[in-house]
Design a binder for this molecule. Structure first.
Ligand code: UT7
Length: 327
């Protein structure tokens, strides 16, 4: 039987941090509002580092942990909303920086579910047999796409990257991706978006003046959809793996809002101590949030070899996913 093994992980965030107190000086907000409504305390902000710069740092750590050379990678998938360039793909820039002669490199745009979409594709590629080793990265420089005058959004987001090396192997022993539930519900397509700067509304003075190149979100509508959809995604992923809530040692949610995470946990009867949360430190880093939390909890030995981990996410589109893996 073919299995997909998580061989190594890595993560990276820029050193500069912006606290809730810093934001009090910038917009009409308070630490109290941000903390109670979201759980976020600070976020890391890039000072000139691009998406591929962050991704490279995370990838190198993942390669070190996996104990493999860049040349052994035969597919690079980067999940991002904030690529270095519209084209070529950020995955191509990373391939260049890692000095990999030839491999399949491409980006996916699936917002906050991007890393799970990446894992989904990598698992299918590896189990299909054509590829042996995959690098999947979630990397974001959201601070370049935030309207720093809009208190509804600017307090929420941060920058960072997380990476995972996956390898196919035969046999009944060792780690594996056990089940995947993934999809998109376009009912809320307009509720979370960057409206300007694309081919529908190309860059213009008006786009810049109205800040249409920044994140626009109807937060409370997104909130309602996120809770409902993630509960369903987890239930379906568990069903596909023939597992129950109790069979999972750790849950890693997309780190958007503590209240959303608590709601999902309560609805499914997941004990709070099984849920990995780091949003107080990073804010919402979109596609990077799950791989950063995964990497941190593996390095801290919170998650141990043999544990079953359930990842779940929700993002613009609305994209959603839940993936269960044994590490
Ligand atoms: O990552 C992809 C998925 N994204 C998400 O899952 C995000 C989902 N949404 C959320 O996390 C929450 O909806 C937010 C944290 C964005 C907002 O929390 P909320 O409890 O839904 O607040 P709200 O948008 O309903 O706004 C409540 C009030 C409003 O004032 P009024 O109209 O009641 O007077 C806002 O203007 O809070 C006000 N407000 C703020 N006040 C202080 C909004 N942002 C702020 C702020 N500081 N930063």
């Amino acid at each position: 039987m073919k299995r997909t093994w998580l061989l190594g992980t890595g993560s990276y965030a820029p050193s500069y941090t912006l606290t809730n107190e810093d934001l009090e000086e910038m917009v009409d907000t308070s630490d109290e509002w941000i903390s109670t409504r979201t759980g976020i305390k600070r976020r890391h902000i890039s000072k000139g580092e691009s998406c591929s710069d962050l991704a490279l740092e995370a990838s190198q750590k993942a390669l070190d942990q996996a104990g493999i050379e860049p040349g052994e990678i035969d597919v690079i998938i980067v999940a991002t909303l904030t690529p270095d360039t519209i084209f070529p793909a950020t995955a191509c820039w990373i391939q260049k920086k890692l000095e990999i002669q030839d491999c399949l490199s491409f980006d996916i745009s699936a917002a906050c579910s991007g890393f799970l979409y990446g894992l989904f594709l990598a698992d299918n590629f590896l189990k299909q047999g054509e590829f042996h080793t995959a690098l999947v990265v979630g990397s974001e420089v959201l601070s370049n796409f935030v309207n720093w005058e809009d208190r509804n959004t600017c307090v929420l987001f941060g920058d960072g990257a997380g990476a995972a090396i996956l390898r196919s192997h035969h046999g009944s022993e060792g780690g594996n991706i056990l089940s995947k539930e993934i999809g998109t519900d376009v009912a809320g397509i307009d509720l979370l978006k960057i409206p300007g700067g694309g081919s529908r509304m190309p860059f213009s003075q008006e786009v810049l003046d109205k800040k249409l190149h920044t994140i626009h979100m109807k937060g409370n509508e997104v909130f309602k959809n996120a809770t409902r959809t993630m509960v369903l995604a987890i239930e379906n992923a568990l069903k596909k793996a023939c597992l129950s809530v109790e069979d999972i040692q750790w849950y890693i949610p997309h780190q958007a809002n503590l209240r959303i995470i608590n709601y999902v946990g309560k609805k499914l009867g997941i004990p709070q101590k099984k849920v990995i949360i780091n949003l107080q430190e990073y804010g919402n880093t979109s596609a990077a949030s799950i791989p950063i939390a995964l990497d941190e909890s593996l390095r801290e030995n919170t998650i141990r070899k043999g544990d079953r981990v359930c990842l779940f996410s929700f993002g613009a589109g609305f994209t959603y996913g839940s993936i269960i893996l044994e590490v």
